[in-house]
Design a protein around this ligand. Structure first.
Ligand code: PHE
Length: 456
C-alpha cells in the first residue's frame, strides 16, 4: 500500500496545489459579495484579522497532522490520536463529499459561460442573455451534463495521481489564473470610478462596524482557506520533511487573501463605475458572476471580447483546482484505508459524488420538490441547503475539533518536531492561538450560528 502514496515533486508544486485548493469560487464570488453587503472597509479588516488569527494557525495545524501521519484525515486522526478522534476525519470526509457535490454544479456553469462568451466574441453580444439565466438554471438535462463534464475533468486529474495529476495540473492552472486575474485587474483599474471603489473597499468607516462582521469574516476565512474538512491534511500528507510548514501556510494564506482582495477590487471598481450596477448587485446572487459581469465586459469595458472568455477560463481553473482537492480527500481515504488502487478509488468516489450532484443540479428549478425542499429557513432547495450545512456547521465544527486535537491531545514533541524544533516566541504564539484563541473564537461563531446568524 505504501507505494500507492505519492509525494509532491517540489515545494513550489505543493504550495501551488494548496493555493489552488484555497483559491476558488469563495474568492471570486463570495468574498466580493460579502464585502459589498457589509459595506467594505471594516469587513475587509475583520476578514484579514480572521485569516491571521484563525486561518493561518489552523492551516499550519492541518498540514502538521497530515505530514505527521502521512495519511488521509480519517487514518491520520486515528494514528495520532485514537479511534474516537478518527470521527473528526469522517466528519471532514462527509463535508468534502457534500461540498464537492454542489460546488461542481456551480463550477459547471463556467463551462457553459465560456462557450457562450466565445460565441459573443465572434458573433456579437446578444442582450437577451441575462433574462435566459433562469431558464438555464431550470434546464435539468443541461445542468446534469455540465456537472458531468466538470466531474469528469476533476476525476481525470485526480486519477493521474499526486505528482503527475494534481501537481502538474496546478502548476499549469495557477500561473494562468494569476495572469488572467492581473489582466482583468489592470483593465478594471482604468475604469472611471476605480478610485471610489478602492476607497469603499479599503477605507474603514468604523461607524458601520457590527459584531456580526467578525463572524462573517471568520466563516468566510474557513471556506476560502479550505479549512475544517481535511483537504489540507490530505495535501500535507504528501509532504516530505524538508518543507517548512509555517512558511508554506503563510504563502498559501497570502496567495488566497491576495486573490480575494484583487477580486474585490475588480468588482468594486466595476460596480462604482457603471451606472445602475449598484441596484443590480443589491439583488445579489451568484448570478452576478455569470450574468452581470459578462454583460459588462461586452457592453462597457475595453477589450471585452477577450475578457469574456478569459474570465470564465479563470473561474473554471479556480474551481477545478478546488474540486480536485475535495475529491482527493475521498480518494485518499479509499487508497489509505481500503488499500484500493488510485484509479479505482477515483472512479468510485467521483461516481458516487456525481450521483449526489444530480440532486443539486436538479434543485435550481428543474424538479420542483428538490427546488423547494427546505431544512434551514430562507435556504430553499437542495443546493442551498447543502451549502448552508457545510459552511455553517461542518467546517467550523471540523475546525474546532482539529484545534482541540492539535492543541491539547497531540504530543507536544510531535508538534515541535514538525515545526523544526519548535522553540522561540513564534512557536509559543502559535500554540496559544491553537489552544485558546481558535477554539474560543470558533465556539463563538457556532453560538452565533445557533442564535440565527447565517454564514453560507
Ligand atoms: N476554498 C475553496 C474556495 O474558496 C472552496 C473549498 C472549500 C475547497 C473546502 C476545498 C475545501 O472556493
Amino acid at each position: 500500500m505504501a507505494e500507492e502514496r505519492g509525494h509532491w515533486g517540489s515545494r513550489l508544486g505543493f504550495i501551488l496545489a494548496a493555493a489552488g485548493s484555497a483559491v476558488g469560487l469563495g474568492n471570486l464570488w463570495k468574498f466580493p459579495y460579502l464585502a459589498w453587503e457589509n459595506d467594505g472597509g471594516v469587513f475587509v479588516l475583520s476578514y484579514l484579522a480572521a485569516v491571521a488569527l484563525f486561518g493561518l494557525p489552523i492551516m499550519i495545524a492541518e498540514f502538521m497532522v497530515g505530514r505527521r501521519a502521512q495519511a488521509n484525515p480519517v487514518v491520520a486522526f486515528r494514528k495520532l490520536g485514537n479511534r474516537a478522534w478518527s470521527g473528526v476525519g469522517w466528519l471532514g470526509v462527509a463535508a468534502a463529499a457534500v461540498i464537492l457535490s454542489y460546488y461542481t454544479v456551480i463550477a459547471g456553469w463556467s463551462l457553459k459561460s465560456f462557450v457562450q462568451c466565445l460565441g459573443w466574441s465572434f458573433a456579437g453580444y446578444d442582450d437577451g442573455a441575462p433574462a435566459e439565466f433562469g431558464g438555464f438554471l431550470s434546464n435539468g438535462p443541461l445542468q446534469i451534463l455540465l456537472t458531468l463534464l466538470f466531474s469528469g475533468l476533476t476525476a481525470f486529474i485526480v486519477y493521474r495521481g499526486v505528482g503527475s495529476g494534481i501537481e502538474r495540473g496546478n502548476k499549469i492552472m495557477m500561473p494562468a489564473l494569476a495572469l488572467i486575474l492581473l489582466y482583468i485587474l489592470v483593465t478594471a483599474l482604468t475604469l472611471p470610478a476605480a478610485g471610489e471603489g478602492l476607497a469603499h473597499l479599503f477605507v474603514p468607516r468604523f461607524s458601520t462596524w457590527k459584531p456580526a462582521m467578525i463572524l462573517d469574516g471568520l466563516g468566510q476565512a474557513f471556506f476560502s482557506l479550505s479549512l475544517g474538512l481535511g483537504a489540507m491534511i490530505a495535501y500535507g500528507s504528501y509532504l516530505k520533511k524538508d518543507v517548512s510548514l509555517p512558511r508554506a501556510a503563510l504563502s498559501v494564506t497570502l496567495l488566497d487573501t491576495g486573490v480575494a482582495l484583487v477580486a474585490g477590487i475588480i468588482m468594486f471598481s466595476i460596480i462604482h463605475s457603471i451606472p445602475g450596477m449598484k441596484d443590480q448587485v443589491s439583488a445579489s446572487s451568484i448570478g452576478m458572476l455569470f450574468v452581470t459581469l459578462p454583460k459588462l465586459f461586452y457592453t462597457q469595458m475595453p477589450g471585452g471580447a477577450l475578457l469574456g472568455p478569459l474570465f470564465f477560463v479563470l473561474v473554471a481553473f479556480a474551481a477545478l483546482t478546488s474540486t480536485i482537492s475535495l475529491l482527493e480527500v475521498l480518494v485518499s481515504l479509499l487508497v489509505d484505508r481500503q488499500g484500493m488502487t488510485r484509479p479505482r478509488a477515483t472512479l468510485l468516489s467521483a461516481g458516487a459524488v456525481f450521483a449526489g450532484s444530480c440532486l443539486s443540479a436538479l434543485s435550481l428549478g428543474a424538479v420542483s420538490w428538490l427546488s423547494s425542499f427546505s431544512v434551514f429557513s430562507g435556504k430553499p432547495g437542495v443546493l442551498s441547503t447543502l451549502d448552508h450545512l457545510a459552511a455553517n456547521w461542518m467546517l467550523p465544527l471540523g475546525g474546532l475539533f482539529t484545534t482541540i486535537f492539535v492543541g491539547w491531545f497531540l504530543k507536544k514533541d510531535a508538534a515541535r518536531d514538525e515545526l523544526a524544533g519548535g522553540r522561540g516566541w513564534l512557536f509559543t504564539l502559535w500554540l496559544w492561538l491553537i489552544r485558546v484563541v481558535c477554539p474560543l473564537g470558533i465556539l463563538a461563531l457556532l453560538l452565533a450560528i445557533v442564535m440565527g446568524k447565517d454564514f453560507s
